[in-house]
Design a protein around this ligand. Structure first.
Ligand code: DHE
Length: 584
């Protein structure tokens, strides 16, 4: 359901769109804004609800500031972190939205703020009041809250991490060989988002082998280089380390690395397999290097610092995607607000070497090219892709993605019939699917250029997928506002890309699931190890039934539907083999 400019998905509010509060000189008039529509790209913003739920100290009131009681402050603070902080920043210094610090808000005044929050703006601010999302009293409360100093949520350093750290099964008590009969390489770790759980599903039998308790609104899973260990990260920054050799697999260690986090990865360079793990936080802005087998936190590094372009201090640069280099003992850590890609060398953690690459602001998600050397990362709010050479440790290029708000997931690699090897992304903001040349040796003229764009079903796409053995490219559109489009997937035949206007086939995955209730958003295709079938989540809200639909890649027909009451809000799926080997 899309309400008042925010996407309410699977029962979770994804957050507000970017605002331009202080950009407009006069309060917006209802007549100007009634028509404005929020784009899917704008709807997809972080909701910092873990932070919102934490007790935060109320800043003192300056003379002339509106006075908020403790109860009013707590309520406003919660609303701010859940709905506003994703765009305007935890400290209100601005991110994709404008800053809302008191020096600016006081110039605008109470009436302006109240009206802006009520009616929103065509620039992207949702109409929180007139949509009914916030009551009149809540809007007035938020306007008063914004006239006060920002609240500063607590830091989370090594001490707090160590206090949260649990080694449930010490390394010495773990098996020395695989004890269970699971086909680990073809297991799928499936995020059960609103349950705070991960399901382990067998890729052949489609049986749910196990449900693991994980962090709040668990986000992604990554596998160690050997495939033995599975790491999950919750939005509350809780990491679970699962030993897949045990019978049954179980969580062997836990750690919290902050208050809000989204990414985790493990060392993959030769000689360092399974040795280190890394996780990145949104709050506090930091990344943490850990022992791969126990999650013992070894080094906490702040990301606060200068923006790459204007070289201004940013107090809360969030850590977005992290991947492990195959060419150097390094993690590739992408920092949103400062626009830097950090190559963090883990060879000598005591004397940490970090190469800071000037990439682009608002880095989000990305993946490698098929050789594993070049990393493509979407600077989504800038509509650009930055390409990093992880062998030479340098920026290759930043280019326009060809569409609005690129969101590749890890992207898709295939041999284009005309242009040679390409990496592909779809877009949140429109129907464009872009193919970027990725072979600087044999196809030099095409390398690092958008060689072709094709039109998919519409905007609201989050993930594009193929497999080296597949002849198809699958594009989801879970955030499209049209129910038929958000519950289906477009499939392009690679061989048809030579046509002037390549056509796609629509797979009605939501309908195939047999579920009739809910929005049935279809999200994130993931191939099995063989590369002959692709799994899609049919994502309803927590109180409704969800499912996973397995599609035969050759015939593009439905093969199996996994329906089980334990499959609560399934979203991301991570096949062990494909994830540990970066096959996509
Ligand atoms: Fe994600 C990856 C952040 C909302 C499903 N998501 C990522 C990554 C980041 C990120 C930084 C890259 C991790 C990496 O590679 O190391 N996601 C965010 C947000 O900030 C955002 C927009 C809002 C929020 O408050 O969290 C957000 N993400 C979502 C969802 O609503 C999705 C669709 C459903 C869910 O489970 O939460 C979702 N994100 C995913 C998935 C991946 C991901 C499935 C990994 C894709 C892959 O193929 O690797």
């Amino acid at each position: 359901m899309l309400t008042g400019g925010i996407a309410v998905i699977g029962g979770a509010i994804l957050g507000p769109v970017a605002a331009n509060a202080q950009a407009d000189s006069a309060a917006p008039k209802p007549a100007d804004v009634q028509q404005h529509k929020t784009t899917p790209g704008g709807q997809y913003q972080p909701s910092l609800d873990t932070l919102g739920a934490k007790p935060t100290e109320q800043p003192g009131t300056k003379p002339g500031d509106p006075v908020l009681s403790k109860a009013e402050f707590d309520q406003a603070n919660r609303i701010y972190f859940e709905r506003c902080a994703g765009c305007h920043g935890v400290l209100r210094k601005g991110a994709t939205g404008k800053p809302l610090t008191p020096d600016l808000t006081k110039k605008l005044g109470f009436d302006y703020l109240r009206d802006f929050i009520t009616y929103g703006s065509p620039g992207g601010m949702p109409n929180w009041g007139s949509s009914g999302q916030l009551s009149e009293a809540e809007v007035a409360l938020m306007a008063r809250y914004l006239l006060n100093d920002p609240a500063q949520p607590p830091e989370f350093g090594l001490k707090e991490m160590k206090d949260s750290w649990k080694v449930i099964v010490p390394v010495a008590q773990r098996p020395t060989k695989k004890l269970n009969k699971l086909d680990i390489d073809n297991l799928f770790a499936v995020t059960l988002r609103d349950a705070g759980e991960v399901a382990l599903i067998d890729g052949t039998t489609k049986k749910i082998e196990l449900i693991l308790q994980t962090g709040y609104a668990v986000h992604i899973s990554r596998m160690s280089a050997s495939g033995r260990y599975l790491y999950t990260v919750g939005r509350d920054s809780k990491l679970n380390l699962v030993d897949l050799w045990m019978d049954p697999p179980q969580t062997v260690a836990e750690l919290k690395i902050g208050t809000e986090a989204r990414s985790v990865e493990t060392s993959k360079f030769k000689g360092y397999e399974d040795k280190y793990a890394i996780a990145g936080a949104y709050w506090p802005p930091q990344y943490v290097l850990m022992d791969g087998a126990t999650l013992e936190p070894l080094k906490v590094v702040s990301t606060r610092g200068m923006t790459y372009d204007t070289q201004e201090f940013h107090p809360e640069p969030r850590v977005a995607s992290i991947v492990a280099s195959h060419y150097n003992p390094e993690f590739v850590v992408n920092i949103k607000e400062t626009g830097q890609t950090l190559l963090v060398n883990y060879k000598d953690i005591k004397n940490l070497k970090v190469t800071a690459i000037e990439a682009e602001r608002f880095l989000h998600d990305g993946g490698f090219d098929k050789t594993g050397r070049y990393f493509f990362v979407a600077a989504n709010a800038r509509h650009r892709i930055a390409i990093i050479d992880t062998k030479e440790d340098k920026l290759v290029k930043v280019l326009e993605s060809g569409g609005q708000t690129p969101h590749p997931g890890r992207g898709a690699n295939f041999e284009h019939p005309k242009f040679g090897p390409v990496w592909a992304t779809s877009h949140l903001g429109n129907e464009t699917i872009s193919f970027i040349g990725s072979d600087p040796e044999k196809h030099k003229d095409n390398a690092w250029k958008v060689v072709q764009t094709v039109d998919g079903q519409g905007g609201g796409s989050l993930f594009i997928k193929t497999h080296p053995k597949s002849e198809n490219i699958y594009v989801d559109t879970p955030l499209n506002t049209d129910a038929e489009i958000s519950s289906s997937v477009a499939v392009f035949k690679i061989k048809d890309l030579t046509k002037e206007k390549p056509e796609y086939k629509v797979l009605p995955i939501g309908q195939w699931s047999g579920i009739s209730e809910g929005a049935r958003r279809v999200v994130q295709g993931e191939f099995n190890k063989e590369g002959n079938e692709i799994w899609f989540s049919v994502w309803n809200n927590k109180a409704q039934e969800s499912a996973i639909v397995v599609v035969d890649d050759k015939t593009l027909t439905m093969k199996t539907v996994i329906r089980d009451k334990r499959l609560v809000t399934p979203t991301g799926k991570f096949n062990v083999y494909n994830t540990r080997n970066d096959v996509y």
